[in-house]
Each structure stands twice: as C-alpha cells, then as structure tokens.
Ligand binder design. Structure first.
Ligand SMILES: [Zn+2]
Length: 169
C-alpha cells in the first residue's frame, strides 16, 4: 500500500523516532509499504517518519529497483564505522523541490535488523554512504536542511513557509 509522504514541518519529521520492540507482521507490512512508496516516489531511500510513523526503520535502494540486491531494510540501525568526507548535492522526498550540497562521511557501515528480523551489517561508500547517513538522520529528527549553514538554511525555510502560507506545501 502506498502511504502519503509527509513534508518538512510535520512534527514526526523533527523529533527522534522510537526503537522497534519486535519485528511483527505489522512492522513487516509497514516495511513493504515503505518500499512500495519509495519506488513510486521515486526515491533511493525512505525513513518511517517520512510516512508519518515515528519508528526506527529505513529502506533504501540506490539502483531504484534495477538490482534486487541493492534493496536494503534496516530496523533499529546504528553506525558501526564512518570515515572520510564527500560533498555532493542532496535532496529529500520530504523537502520536494529543494537541493543543496551537504558534507557527509564518504564511507559508512550500518548494522541493524532486516525485514525478517535478522541482524545484518552493510558497508556503503559514495552514494550509498550518503543515503545511509541521510536516512539515519531522519530517525533522529534531522533533515538535510538542518545540516546547512545559517543563510542557506534560512533561505530554504523561508521559501517553504511561503509555500505553506499559500497552501502549496
Ligand atoms: Zn529524506
């Protein structure tokens, strides 16, 4: 089932999400909905708060459905390692229409449970490392906009407020 993606300003996006106690059929069906919603958007990653559910789950697929092995689900993820630095343009399905260059570590290892509740650990470099860190940020209530410097952030936030005032957000 496709779920609506909430946007910047929705409360669930701006606070920490809750740990999952058990990988139940309800949680698996949330994961399935998130995967379907991510592909439909389309996007390379989606975190549960983006569909309005404040729990620690994200899905990602940097191949956007072209390579089945690239589809990853993380429940209760944490970083094992992070290093390096990359500067690339980034966007977010919850901040449509805006992009900005964000500094991120160039390599990240994430561990967490998969859709079946089994622990897995995945190393990402480049785009996948960026994706991991963007989605992990969502679980702590941080959007890429929050990682920008003052003026750049203010500009985007002002534009969003203006869109919201005119009912276009
Ligand atoms: Zn995002």
């Amino acid at each position: 089932m496709l779920r609506p993606i909430v946007r910047y300003g929705a409360e669930v996006l701006h606070g920490p999400s809750a740990t999952i106690e058990a990988v139940t059929p309800d949680i698996q069906s949330l994961v399935d909905d998130m995967i379907q919603t991510m592909y439909a958007a389309p996007g390379i990653g989606l975190a549960a708060p983006q569909v309005g559910v404040g729990v620690r789950i994200f899905v990602c697929d940097i191949s956007m459905g072209r390579n089945a092995a690239d589809l990853l689900t993380f429940i209760n993820p944490s970083f094992v390692e992070r290093d390096g630095m990359q500067l690339e343009e980034e966007g977010c399905l919850s901040v449509p229409g805006f992009n900005a260059t964000v500094a991120r570590p160039s390599r990240a290892i994430v561990k967490g449970l998969d859709r079946e509740g089994q622990e897995h650990t995945v190393e990402g470099t480049g785009l996948l490392a960026r994706c991991f860190q963007h989605e992990m940020d969502h679980l702590d209530g941080t959007l890429f906009v929050d990682r920008l410097r003052g003026l750049q952030k203010d500009l985007i936030v002002r534009k969003i407020r203006k869109l919201a005032r005119t009912g276009k957000w």
